[in-house]
Design a protein around this ligand. Structure first.
Ligand SMILES: NC(=O)c1ccc[n+]([C@@H]2O[C@H](COP(=O)([O-])OP(=O)(O)OC[C@H]3O[C@@H](n4cnc5c(N)ncnc54)[C@H](O)[C@@H]3O)[C@@H](O)[C@H]2O)c1
Length: 313
């Protein structure tokens, strides 16, 4: 008999709530919204509100709040947002000291209770947090990815679409590298339904869009006082859906590299096929020399944060 999938959302804050709403609305499975004991009632309240929402919107997914990892036993997918978000003036890397013990706590529990889950890490600093999750759990590189590239690419695509005056549906673009201010928008492969974007957008406008994309998260933090959550949640759900429905989607994700693009023992954003086996393949694109140089700079930034993490192990 077919069973419903079990989705564990670790962190019931802004992104966690939006993740629960999207997973339920798409009926991806039954949802457990986990948070620390001090936030258990908050998680339960949010879950109940979202479950009642199903009576109006017409979904049957159950959504429950908990502070007990035993409730997550055997989850098929885990999406991790546990940790604090940025405040205005902070970089993602400033969060490492606070969020490191949190990801370690989550990883130890996930290893015990959800050893077979496909795991998507969202907590910042993203590339270092997903590295630490894999190190602590020892899970396979197929079963853990970081979400950043889908979001950063969405920002890039929106700015390109607005500048060119075309539908976002026709803009295809990828942002690779680390989830920081050195991220690498791949202009050489950016198209408007196959036509090179450079045909529609002047170089100086393109340069300004690249800069805005790199600072895209900070722009929202400065406006709201906390980080974005609607688009980040949609990005992670697209990745979860690719796994649960074996879609074989080619998505930019922070994946564990073992020599691809010239990097080893590092998570950075690269194009990967996500399907029923998790990260099924890392795709190596023919980057221009300028793009390779930007990737090198970005990888060095990520490595410096990972080195901080390694020093405390
Ligand atoms: N990767 C990305 O592209 C991206 C985008 C936006 C935000 N983020 C990051 O995602 C994280 C979450 O953002 P948010 O806006 O949802 O924050 P939030 O503060 O609204 O929610 C985080 C939740 O994590 C919980 N938490 C803390 N310790 C925990 C633990 N040990 N176990 C389980 N839960 C725990 C908190 O109680 C809180 O409810 C932040 O680190 C933020 O920087 C990443």
């Amino acid at each position: 008999m077919a069973t419903r999938k079990k989705i564990g959302l670790i962190g019931a804050g802004n992104i966690g709530g939006e993740l629960a709403r999207l997973c339920a609305n798409k009926e991806l499975g039954d949802v457990w919204l986990y948070d620390i004991p001090a936030k258990e009632n908050f998680a339960k309240g949010k879950a109940l509100d979202l479950e009642q929402n199903g009576s109006i919107l017409g979904y049957d997914s159950s959504i429950r709040g908990t502070a007990n990892w035993a409730d997550l036993e055997g989850a098929d997918v885990l999406i991790i947002t546990a940790g604090i978000p940025r405040k205005p003036g902070q970089s993602r890397d400033d969060l490492v000291v606070t969020n490191l013990p949190i990801i370690r706590d989550v990883a130890n529990n996930a290893k015990k209770h959800c050893p077979n889950a496909f795991v998507i890490v969202i907590s910042n600093p993203l590339d270092a947090m997903v590295y630490e999750y894999k190190r602590v759990t020892g899970c396979s590189k197929q079963k853990v990815v970081g979400m950043a590239g889908v979001l950063d690419s969405a920002r890039f695509q929106l700015f390109l679409a607005r500048e060119a005056g075309v539908s976002v549906k026709d803009v295809r673009a990828m942002v690779l590298g680390g989830h920081g201010d050195d991220m690498v928008p791949i202009v050489s492969m950016c198209t408007i339904n196959g036509a090179p974007a450079t045909q529609f957008i002047a170089k100086e406008k393109l340069d300004a869009i690249i800069e805005r994309t790199r600072k895209g998260g900070g722009e929202i933090v400065n406006l709201m006082g906390t980080s974005a959550y609607y688009a980040p949640a949609s990005a992670a759900v697209a990745m979860a859906e690719a796994y649960l429905h074996d879609q074989k989607r080619l998505l930019p994700c922070a994946a564990y590299l073992e020599g691809e693009y010239g990097y080893k023992d590092l998570f950075i954003g690269v194009p990967v096929f996500i399907g029923g086996n998790g990260v099924e393949k890392i795709v190596q694109l023919p980057l221009t020399d300028a793009e390779k140089a930007m990737l090198e700079k970005s990888a060095k930034s990520v490595q410096s944060v990972v080195d901080v993490v390694k020093k405390t192990t």
